[in-house]
Design a protein. Structure first.
Ligand code: ADP
Ligand code: ZN
Length: 720
């Protein structure tokens, strides 16, 4: 029977059946073009009994239009797509969209002509031609690349080509110029490092599913150790995927990788040009690219022969995708490892409570690197009680911290002030009438950004000029900025130390890999004395001359009071503290707080991670919180508040009554309005013994709501 089931890229439709025209050979995984109404739609051939579809009379089946000349999606990836869709309540098509990466799969695969000098000298030389030829010695490239290199017009190079001075080579557009080589520049590992790397190398050789938690303080050599596993995969001619949480992190990582392996890995992130995206997609699908470093979306790419997955900084919250398909990249990485039958390494200095629990349960193997490499010591963390060490009026830095900054400046060492708040001030109030400036689209304050002289909403991106008078009472000069953001802390530093060279590091200033690289180079060159930054500066950087860290407000993270507030605060402060004193110079860390006795702060001061984990996991056991039970959120949104509310109420009223399955709400969501949509939320709590997804599916599938209402499901929501 030449009938096939095709998963189309159209999320609104389920899979459909088609007829395979004579002469076309397809198999499960083949990427095809199929007719859909008057249009052509990409899709993937699936197993015949995989998804339920509408019965169509065989005579009415439409024929497939085209088989794309692309490697078919392998079975482990097809299983991962099915799992992701089912687990996270997404349509299989929306997961497939991430795999095919919006058209990246359809690159033009015509070869590219490259030219290089063949040594012959043309009869008619002009001075311009002579100069151009000189600059092209040893260069290979396309006509336009050569023109660029020689600093002449394309016409000049074309003219030379006609004279026969070049040899031509037709190369695949997906060729990789240089691949990493496993033994390019190896390092001598310490005994601890060697033991750990041996276990990882064996796991790569065994080629079986095996999750590891690589746990070691910042600077203990986790990267150095997992590089050994990468090297082993390369020796086996297998591909490696390294997931990193932030684009800002990739640039220093690429440099370091290059130094170890003699070539750069392939980078995959949202900032790529479409042409780059297509080339990279094909290079990894063909197996030409060996090591891929990417953001979470790289997890769904069609690797030809993946041998290892590494999730670096695995505790990071940015691995959780919050719109579209709401998945957790760390968890999907484990599932991909399971389907591909390969090892997965989660690396972190502050592992998530869930990951530590998996170790306790015997599901992950723990690999520990106990000490900083080369004898560098962990910094001392000291709490500064803001009720005793009081900052002067209108400022935010306690006298002890100011003194420490001054000493550091005199010694010529670098300092870092951490505050997880972008902008100048988180809130703008009118002194006369008390009016607060809110975002018109969201339930959120407008944040003052003095660098751009604007108020901005951090949720929808809405910006407005800073008003000259209060929009409510009309009073002039009555608006005041309340509370500090990094820009304001930086102002304070400049007032205190006019001679200091300062830098602000947030997503407003570091918005490209190039910006991140510039920042790193400036730090390394000693051109910055004091950095003021958000959580962006807590990421994987290594600055030997950075010896003082000040946490401006340790209490911010605890305000939300949600499930993971304590865990997140602990991780963030421990990470930022880990930036201090990473080489031979010892580091100092001051944590400003109004609650010096809070368990989180105490655990940090005493460097007592085990104690903190024990208390936290026990609290969760008592509260039947994850990992002992599961949560899901149902978010109902619409531009029409009444519609959203009624749908949310309908969902609540029809909630199934099952033991171990409870539904709370609806209630207004924490961001009750977001991008102009009103949001209501229900929370689902389920014991591990019930099938959360199955119950929810049966419940929601039988309901209907107005078209304009969106119902989104967030499985294992991150914070609520
Ligand atoms: P982590 O990833 O745990 O933060 P890194 O792998 O980045 O640790 O190591 C911290 C620093 O120590 C890096 O500059 C690294 O190059 C250096 N380092 C670690 N182990 C070794 C080693 N065995 N030989 C030389 N340098 C090392
Ligand atoms: Zn907004």
């Amino acid at each position: 029977m030449n009938r096939v089931r095709v998963l189309l890229l159209n999320a609104a439709l389920g899979p459909l059946d088609y007829r395979v025209p004579d002469g076309m050979q397809v198999e499960p995984g083949s990427i095809v073009m199929a007719p859909l109404g008057p249009r052509k739609m990409p899709g993937v051939v699936w197993e015949p009994d995989s998804f339920p579809v509408e019965e169509i009379d065989p005579k009415k089946l439409r024929p497939l239009l085209e088989l794309r000349d692309v490697p078919p999606l392998r079975a482990p990836l097809r299983r991962l797509i099915e799992w992701t869709a089912a687990y996270y309540f997404a349509s299989p098509a929306s997961v497939l969209r991430m795999v095919l990466s919006s058209g990246a799969a359809f690159a033009d695969n015509r070869p590219i002509s490259e030219y290089r000098l063949n040594g012959s000298v043309p009869d008619r030389m002009t001075p311009q031609r002579e100069q151009a030829l000189e600059k092209l010695i040893g260069v290979q490239g396309t006509i336009s690349e050569l023109a660029n290199k020689a600093g002449v017009s394309i016409a000049v190079i074309r003219g030379l080509e006609k004279l026969g001075v070049f040899d031509r080579e037709d190369v695949s557009p997906f060729a990789i110029t240089a691949n990493p080589s496993p033994d390019f520049d190896t390092v001598d590992l310490s005994v601890d490092q060697k033991n750990v790397s041996k276990i990882l190398i064996d796991a790569v050789r065994a080629a079986q599913f095996k999750p590891f938690l690589l746990d070691g303080v910042t600077g203990s050599g986790k990267t150095e150790v997992y590089f050994e596993a990468v090297a082993e995969a390369l020796r086996q001619d297998k591909q490696v995927l390294v997931l990193l949480p932030e684009i800002a992190l990739t640039e220093p990582f690429l440099d370091r990788f290059h130094a170890r392996f003699g070539a750069e890995p392939l980078a995959w992130h949202s900032g790529m040009k479409q042409s780059e995206r297509k080339k990279n997609w094909r290079a990894l699908a063909d197996g030409n690219a060996k090591v891929i470093v990417g953001a979470r979306s790289a997890l769904f790419l069609p690797y030809a022969n993946l041998g290892l997955i590494i999730v670096d900084e695995a505790h990071e919250t940015s691995f959780k995708q919050e719109d579209g398909v709401r998945y957790h990249a760390r968890d999907v990485a484990i599932m991909r490892g399971l389907h591909e039958k390969i090892p997965v390494i989660l690396a972190s200095a502050t592992p998530a409570i869930e990951s530590q629990h998996q170790v306790e349960q015997g599901n992950y193997q723990l690999l520990e690197l106990p000490a900083r490499f080369g004898g560098a010591t962990m910094p001392d963390i000291e709490a500064l009680d803001l009720t005793e060490d009081v900052p002067p009026r209108g400022s935010w830095l306690a006298p002890t911290l100011v003194n420490a900054l001054e000493e550091n400046l005199e010694r010529g060492e670098q300092s870092l002030l951490f505050l997880n708040r972008r902008g100048f001030a988180p809130l703008t109030l009118c002194r006369t009438c008390g009016h607060r400036i809110d975002c018109p689209n969201c339930t959120a304050w407008m944040v003052e950004h003095r660098l751009t002289r604007r108020l901005a909403c951090h949720h929808c991106g809405h910006v407005m000029p800073i008003p000259e008078k209060c929009p409510e009472c009309g009073d002039e000069d009555s608006l005041v900025a309340c509370g500090p953001g990094v820009e304001r802390i930086c102002d304070e530093v400049r007032m205190l130390f006019p001679q200091a060279r300062t830098a602000i590091v947030t997503s407003d200033t570091i918005w490209s890999p190039q910006k991140a690289a510039d920042f790193v180079h400036q730090m390394e060159a000693g051109a910055i004395d004091i950095v003021v930054g958000t959580q962006l500066v807590t990421k994987g950087y290594h600055f030997p001359n950075l010896t003082l860290v000040g946490v401006v407000d340790a209490d911010i993270g605890l305000e939300g009071g949600d499930l993971r507030a304590a865990e997140r605060s602990f991780q963030q402060i421990a990470q930022v503290a880990g930036r201090a004193g990473r080489a031979e110079k010892p580091g100092r860390v001051y944590v400003q707080t109004r609650m010096p006795n809070a368990p989180v702060i105490q655990a940090l001061i005493k460097n007592d991670r085990e104690g903190f984990y024990a208390a936290e996991i026990e609290a969760r056991r008592q509260a039947l919180a994850p990992p002992f039970a599961r949560w899901a959120a149902i978010i109902v949104s619409s531009e029409d508040n009444k519609e959203a509310m009624e749908t949310a109420r309908l969902i609540g009223q029809t909630a199934p009554k099952v033991d171990g399955f409870s539904v709370f709400g609806p209630a207004p969501a924490p961001l009750a309005m977001l991008r102009g949509r009103h949001r209501h939320r229900l929370l689902v709590h389920a014991l591990r013994s019930v099938d959360l997804q199955q119950i929810m599916r049966e419940w929601l599938e039988q309901l209907e709501w107005p078209r304009a209402v969106r119902v989104g499901v967030d499985i294992d929501p991150y914070s609520f």
